[in-house]
Ligand binder design. Structure first.
Ligand code: TYD
Length: 139
């Protein structure tokens, strides 16, 4: 399966009316995993690169609920870039993909829904080690 197929963009239904918009994300209801953790990132500017890791166990969905950012994703062989720029869109990241988040707008609030509780041990933060685990030499 291609990287694009493994990291699909998810569009959430907007339940808007004249009062504004409302987006619902319910674990297991049209969502790829049970949500065990949420965190959000804000105050990162255009010069910052975050992420720079892969996860052995965690799956994520990233949503820019305000502003925009970009996510560069690779499996060591293929690469793709997603711009998150609508509060009703997210990108799904399966286990063992390497991701960088960057190009944050000043109003960016990047919401992350995760399948696991935090465990620093399941993070791979060295790209060389990641490529070794993926059994590839370069990208
Ligand atoms: P880090 O993984 O570097 O953030 P990002 O991938 O978004 O750039 O995390 C920053 C710090 O926060 C680091 O010390 C670990 C801590 N942290 C937690 O304690 N729990 C969490 O769920 C997350 C995502 C990070």
């Amino acid at each position: 399966m291609s990287l694009k197929d493994r990291c699909p963009i998810i569009y959430f239904k907007e339940l808007g009316d004249e009062r504004g918009h409302l987006v619902v994300v319910e674990g297991r209801q049209e969502f790829p995993f049970d949500i065990n953790r949420i965190f959000y990132i804000y105050g990162s500017d255009a010069a910052v690169v975050r992420g720079q890791h892969a996860n052995k166990e965690s799956e994520f969905v990233l949503i820019n609920v305000s502003g925009k950012s970009k996510v560069r994703i690779t499996d060591g062989t293929e690469k793709m870039v997603v711009e998150l720029n609508q509060p009703n869109m997210g990108v799904y990241l399966p286990k063992m993909v390497w991701k960088d988040m960057y190009d944050f707008s000043s109003d960016s609030v990047l919401l992350v829904l995760a399948s696991t509780h935090y465990d620093a041990q399941e993070y791979i933060r060295d790209y060389g080690e990641y490529l070794n685990l993926m059994k590839v030499n370069h990208v």
